[in-house]
Design a binder for this molecule. Structure first.
Ligand SMILES: Cc1ncc(COP(=O)(O)O)c(C=O)c1O
Length: 943
C-alpha cells in the first residue's frame, strides 16, 4: 500500500468536527467495496478501480482509527496485510466484522481478535436488578484510556497487555487502553475519540505527530514555541499537555507518570488527579482509573431515590399516589399504571428522611448532587430548581436586588424577568437589542449601548444604584454574546456589577470547547484567573496611565470606542446564570439550575439567596425532576462532549445540504451568521461558518472575537418565498402533515433546533419532508387560478418586503419614572403594575376605531397598565407604566398573530386614566419637593 499523505486526505480538526459521520460512512463503503472485491473475477476490468477505492478508504480510516481502541492497531494491521496479500475474502470478512462490532458496540464489552474467523457475538453483559427484582441486561459501562508515551511497537504491545491484565470481571467499568506517541497525537485523540475518559501522560514524548502532523497545529500553535523550549523537560511537557487537555475536555481524569520523585518538585499544576512516581504502581493506576470515572458516574440523589423506592414503606403522608396505591385500588384509572409503569409511582415522594434530603435545606444526597453539578458546569455553587428557569430567574433577581435598585435588562428578555422585577421592586432600565426587522426578530444588546448606559449613570452620580446587568445568552434565535468581554468592560466602569446571564438555551454549551468560552461560568472563571496575574496588573497600569491622559471632555467618547480594563484591586466577579437544563440536556421538564460564581456570595448574598429560594420553591418539590438533574449531570460529565459534538455535526449536515440544494433553496433560505449578526458586530468578517471548499472551518475564527455569533445548532429558515407565515407553516405543514414539532416561528421564519437527542435519521427525515413540501408547493403554484396567484404574490411580498419594523422601547411615563428629575429614565414597573389592581385607575382604549390615535395626536399620553406579549415574537411590546408610541401601535396593527397575552381585542388596550396619572404626578411633585427640603423644614410643614 502506498505511503499515506494525510495532508491531502484530511482537513484540519477543529474544536468540532464531522468525523463521526465520515467514519460511519467510510466503513459502510469499505464493506461494500471489499465484498465486491472478494466476489469479482480478479482479471476483470473493475478490479483496479475497486482496489483503489479500498486503498483510499483504508487510508482515510486509518487516520481516525489510530486514535480509537477499536479497531485496534493490530486489527488495522491485519486488514492491511490481507489487502496487500490480496486475500480479499479474509479482508471482506474482517471489515464486515469490524463494521458489525462498531455498529452494535461489541467492542465495548470484549476484546476482539479478527484473526479468529468465527467470532461468537455473545454479550458479556453486566446484569442489574431492576426495582421489581427482575434482571435487566445492560452492558457494563465502557471507556477508553489514552496513554501518551513514545514507545516502539513491542514495548507498546507489552504496555497494552499489562494494562489489560489489570482488568477484573468485578470491576465497575470495562476499559481499553490506546497508546499515542506524541503531544499532537494526544490532542487529536481527545478531540476525535469521545470514548476517552482518562489520560496517562509519561513525559518524554515528541511534539509533532509523525503521520498526522498539521491536523491540530492551529490548536497547538499557541504553546508550540514554549513547548519547543521545554521539549526535553518532562515537568513542563506534562503540564502543558495537561493544561491543553483540561481546556479542551475538562471532565477528563489526568494522571502523570513522573521519573522524578514528586516530593522534591512542584510537578503538578493542579491538572492531574494523581502523579505517579514511575509506572510501577500499575494496580494503583488501575484503581485510580476506575475511581476517577466512578466519581463522575456517582449519582447521589438518583441513587438515593431508587433505593428509597425499594423500601417497603407504609404511607401515611399526604401522597395517595405514592407507591401507586390510589391507582391500584381504582376501577377507573388503571390505564395510568399501564402507561407509566410502577417505578414512577414507587419513586413518588417528597420525604426528607429515609436516605433522601430536603431541597429547601439540603445536607445529604441533594447537597452532594448539587456540588457535582457545580463541578460539571464550572460554577462555585449550583442549585437545582424544579419549576423551570421562569422560577430560577425570579429567585436570582429577588436574592440580589432590593426595591429601588436599578437593573439594566434587554427588553426582549423572557417574561419571567419582567415579572421578577415587578416582584423585587427593581427600577428597570430597558436596553434595546439590535433589531432584525426583515426577520421580525431581535439580536442582542450591543456592548456600546451597555457602556453608554453605565457611563450615563456615572455622569448622573447614580452608578451606585445600578445593581445588575441582565442579558439573554444565547437568545431564542441563537445569538450568542461575547460574555467575557461584556463583563470585563462593564466591570471597568462598575467593578462590583452583578451579572445575570439567562442561559435557558445554553446548558449544553459547557461541553464543547468552542461553546464553553462563551458561557457565563467559564468567562467568570477566566476573568477571575486573569485579574490575579501580575501580567494583568502591569497591563492595567499602562491602561490607567493612558486613560488619565485623556481630556475629560473626550473621555466618554474614548471609553465607548476602546476596550476597557477593570481595576484588579477593586474588581469583584459576581456572575449568576440560570439554565433550563431540560431544554437542551437530559432532564425532565421544568428541571433547571442556577449556577453561581460570586466572590461575595458567602459574605453578602447567601442569606438573601436562601430566602428567595424559599419564596419561590414548592415545599413539595418533584423528586423525579431532581433525580433527572442528577443523572443528567452524570451524562454530561461522561458523554457531554460526544453528544454536543454530534449535535453540531448533525446541524452542520442539515445546513450544508440545505445551503447546497437548489431545490430547497427555491422556497427555503437557511440563514447564516451574517443574516443574524450585522457587519459591525462581526469583527472577524466571517459571513458564514461554511465554505464550499473548506467546509465548516470558520466557526472558531468568528467565535474567538466577534461581538455576536450565531449558534449553528439553531437553524433559522426564512420561508417568505412560500407565501405562508411562520405559524401556519408550523401547524399545517410541519405538524399536521409530517408530525414535525418546532417551537419558535416569526412572521417569515421557522426555527429548527438540533439537540443532543437528534439523530441522523431525524435529520434525513426532516430533509425528506422539506423536499415533499417543496413538491407540494410547486404543484400548488402550477395549479393556481389567476386570482389565487395574485393573492399568493401579495402574500410573498408581505412576508419578504412589508415587515413592520420592530418597535424600540418607548419610555416610562413620568409618573413611573423616579429618576426623571435627575435625567435618568428607568421605570418603577412594580408601582404601575399594582396600580392597575384598582378598577378606578384604568380604562380601555380601542385600537381599531381610530379614537386612540386621534387623542394621541391631541397630546394625550396613553400608558399601558399591563404586559402586552404577542406570540411570536414572545416578548412584551408594552410593560406596565410604558407610554404607548405610534410605532408600537403600528406594529400591533400589522401583527397577524392570534395569541397576544394581555390584550383583548374586544375591549382594547388597558391604559391608566388621565385622572390617576395626574394624581400621581402631583404626589411625585410633592415628594420631590420634600426630598429637597431638610428634615427640619419637613417637620415644620407637616406640623
Ligand atoms: C430566554 C428564556 N429564559 C427563560 C425561559 C423560561 O424557561 P423555563 O421554560 O425553563 O421556565 C425561557 C423559555 O422559553 C427562555 O426562552
Amino acid at each position: 500500500m502506498s505511503k499515506v499523505d494525510n495532508k491531502n486526505t484530511q482537513k484540519m480538526i477543529g474544536f468540532y468536527h464531522q468525523l463521526n459521520n465520515k467514519r460511519q460512512d467510510t466503513w459502510v463503503k469499505l464493506k461494500k467495496y471489499t465484498f465486491h472485491l472478494s466476489n469479482i473475477d480478479v482479471k476483470s476490468e473493475g478490479v483496479r478501480r475497486l482496489k483503489k477505492a479500498v486503498e483510499l478508504s483504508l487510508i482515510s480510516l486509518e487516520t481516525i482509527e489510530d486514535y480509537t481502541a477499536f479497531p485496534s492497531k493490530e486489527n488495522f494491521r491485519y486488514l492491511k496485510e490481507r489487502f496487500e496479500q490480496e486475500d480479499y475474502i479474509a479482508l471482506s470478512h474482517g471489515v464486515s466484522q469490524i463494521h458489525y462490532f462498531l455498529e452494535n458496540g461489541t467492542y465495548r464489552r470484549k476484546d476482539v481478535d479478527l484473526s479468529l474467523s468465527n467470532h461468537s457475538i455473545e454479550n458479556e453483559e453486566n446484569t442489574h436488578e431492576n426495582i421489581s427484582g427482575a434482571k435487566t441486561s445492560r452492558a457494563k459501562p465502557y471507556f477508553e484510556v489514552l496513554i501518551v508515551d513514545n514507545l516502539i511497537v513491542d514495548a507498546e504491545n507489552q504496555l497494552l497487555n499489562s494494562v489489560r491484565s489489570m482488568r477484573h470481571p468485578d470491576d465497575q467499568f470495562n476499559y481499553t487502553p490506546i497508546v499515542v506517541p506524541s503531544f499532537e497525537d494526544a490532542i487529536i485523540a481527545i478531540l476525535i475519540n469521545a470514548n476517552i475518559q482518562a489520560c496517562i501522560l509519561r513525559p518524554g514524548f515528541p511534539m509533532k505527530s509523525e503521520r498526522n502532523s498539521g491536523l491540530v497545529s492551529h490548536i497547538v500553535a499557541e504553546i508550540d514555541d514554549k513547548l519547543r523550549k521545554y521539549i526535553y523537560n518532562s515537568k513542563n511537557q506534562g503540564n502543558e499537555l495537561g493544561r491543553l487537555i483540561k481546556y479542551l475536555r475538562p471532565e477528563l481524569d489526568l494522571y502523570l507518570i513522573s521519573d522524578m520523585a514528586t516530593e522534591s518538585g512542584n510537578q503538578d499544576d493542579g491538572y492531574f488527579n494523581r502523579v505517579f512516581y514511575s509506572e510501577k504502581s500499575s494496580l494503583d493506576m488501575h484503581h485510580s482509573l476506575l475511581g476517577g470515572v466512578a466519581a463522575r458516574f456517582d449519582t447521589p440523589f438518583f441513587s438515593a431515590l431508587k433505593k428509597y423506592s425499594r423500601r417497603p414503606t407504609g404511607t401515611f403522608h399526604a401522597l395517595p399516589i405514592s407507591r401507586a396505591k390510589s391507582i391500584e385500588m381504582s376501577n377507573w384509572i388503571g390505564d395510568m399504571l399501564d402507561f407509566y409503569g410502577t417505578n414512577i409511582f414507587l419513586a413518588e415522594t417528597s420525604t426528607t428522611s429515609g436516605g433522601l434530603d430536603s431541597l429547601l435545606q439540603p445536607t445529604g444526597p441533594l447537597k452532594k448532587a448539587q456540588e457535582y453539578a457545580a463541578r460539571a458546569y464550572g460554577s462555585r455553587s449550583s442549585y437545582f430548581v424544579t419549576n423551570g428557569t421562569s422560577t430560577a430567574n425570579k429567585i436570582v433577581v429577588q436574592a440580589l436586588v432590593q426595591p429601588g435598585d436599578i437593573i439594566l435588562v434587554d427588553r426582549d428578555c423572557h417574561k419571567s424577568h419582567h415579572y421578577g422585577m415587578v416582584l423585587a421592586g427593581a427600577h428597570v432600565k430597558y436596553l434595546d437589542s439590535y433589531p432584525l426587522n426583515d426577520l421580525s426578530i431581535y439580536g442582542g444588546v450591543p456592548l456600546k449601548e451597555i457602556k453608554r448606559t453605565l457611563l450615563n449613570y456615572q455622569a448622573l452620580g447614580q452608578l451606585d444604584r445600578v445593581k445588575m446587568l441582565l442579558l439573554t445568552n444565547c437568545t431564542f434565535d441563537g445569538v450568542v454574546y461575547n460574555v467575557r468581554q461584556v463583563m470585563e468592560e462593564c466591570l471597568a466602569i462598575k467593578p462590583d456589577l452583578v451579572f445575570l446571564w439567562d442561559e435557558a438555551w445554553f446548558a449544553f454549551a459547557s461541553f464543547n470547547p468552542i461553546y464553553r468560552t462563551r458561557t457565563a461560568m467559564s468567562s467568570a472563571a477566566s476573568l477571575n484567573r486573569r485579574y490575579q496575574r501580575t501580567r494583568y496588573h502591569q497591563k492595567y497600569q499602562v491602561y490607567k496611565n493612558k486613560l488619565a491622559k485623556i481630556d475629560d471632555n473626550n473621555k466618554t467618547a474614548w471609553m465607548l470606542e476602546n476596550k476597557l480594563l477593570p481595576d484588579p484591586e477593586q474588581v469583584r466577579i459576581r456572575t449568576y446564570t440560570t439554565q433550563s437544563t431540560h431544554k437542551t440536556l437530559t432532564a425532565l421538564r421544568q428541571g433547571s439550575m442556577i449556577h453561581i460564581f460570586d466572590q461575595d456570595f458567602r459574605q453578602k448574598v447567601e442569606n438573601t439567596f436562601n430566602e428567595a429560594y424559599m419564596t419561590h420553591t414548592s415545599t413539595s418539590p418533584n423528586y423525579q425532576i431532581l433525580a433527572s438533574l442528577d443523572i443528567g449531570r452524570r451524562q454530561v460529565e461522561l458523554e457531554g462532549y460526544k453528544m454536543v459534538n454530534k449535535q453540531l455535526e448533525l446541524a452542520m449536515t442539515l445546513r450544508q445540504t440545505a445551503y447546497q440544494s437548489e431545490r430547497l433553496k427555491k422556497y427555503f433560505d437557511v440563514l447564516v451568521n451574517k443574516d443574524l449578526v450585522p457587519k459591525e458586530f462581526r469583527q472577524s468578517g466571517v459571513d458564514s461558518f461554511f465554505n464550499v471548499k473548506t467546509g465548516f472551518s470558520q466557526m472558531e475564527k468568528a467565535w474567538a472575537d466577534d461581538e455576536f455569533v450565531v449558534d449553528p445548532t439553531r437553524i433559522t429558515v426564512h420561508i417568505g418565498k412560500t407565501g405562508i407565515d411562520g405559524n401556519t407553516f408550523k401547524d399545517k405543514y410541519l405538524m399536521d402533515k409530517h408530525g414535525i414539532q418546532i417551537n419558535k416561528t416569526s412572521r417569515n421564519t421557522i426555527l429548527f433546533i438540533v439537540n443532543i437527542g437528534t439523530s441522523r435519521s431525524s435529520i434525513i427525515y426532516l430533509l425528506n419532508c422539506l423536499h415533499k413540501i417543496v413538491t407540494e408547493l410547486e404543484v400548488r403554484e402550477l395549479e393556481m387560478s389567476p386570482a389565487e396567484r395574485a393573492l399568493h404574490k401579495k402574500r410573498v411580498i408581505s412576508l419578504t418586503k412589508e415587515l413592520p419594523p420592530l418597535p424600540d422601547f418607548s419610555c416610562f411615563h413620568h409618573a413611573f419614572c423616579p429618576g426623571k428629575d435627575l435625567g435618568s429614565t428607568e421605570g418603577d414597573i412594580r408601582k404601575a403594575y399594582f396600580l392597575s389592581y384598582d378598577d378606578d385607575n384604568y380604562e380601555y382604549a380601542n385600537l381599531d376605531n381610530g379614537e386612540l390615535e386621534k387623542q394621541m395626536k391631541k397630546g394625550r399620553e396613553f400608558v399601558s397598565t399591563t404586559f402586552i406579549i404577542p406570540y411570536p415574537p414572545g416578548f412584551p411590546i408594552l410593560v406596565p407604566g410604558q407610554v404607548i408610541s405610534q410605532e408600537i401601535l403600528e406594529y400591533m396593527k400589522a401583527l397577524d398573530v392570534k395569541e397576544i397575552h394581555g390584550y383583548n381585542p374586544e375591549l382594547g388596550l388597558s391604559v391608566f386614566t388621565e385622572k390617576v396619572l395626574a394624581k400621581l404626578e402631583k404626589k411625585n411633585k410633592m415628594r420631590r419637593k420634600y426630598d429637597k427640603l431638610s428634615a427640619k423644614e419637613v417637620t415644620k410643614i407637616v406640623k
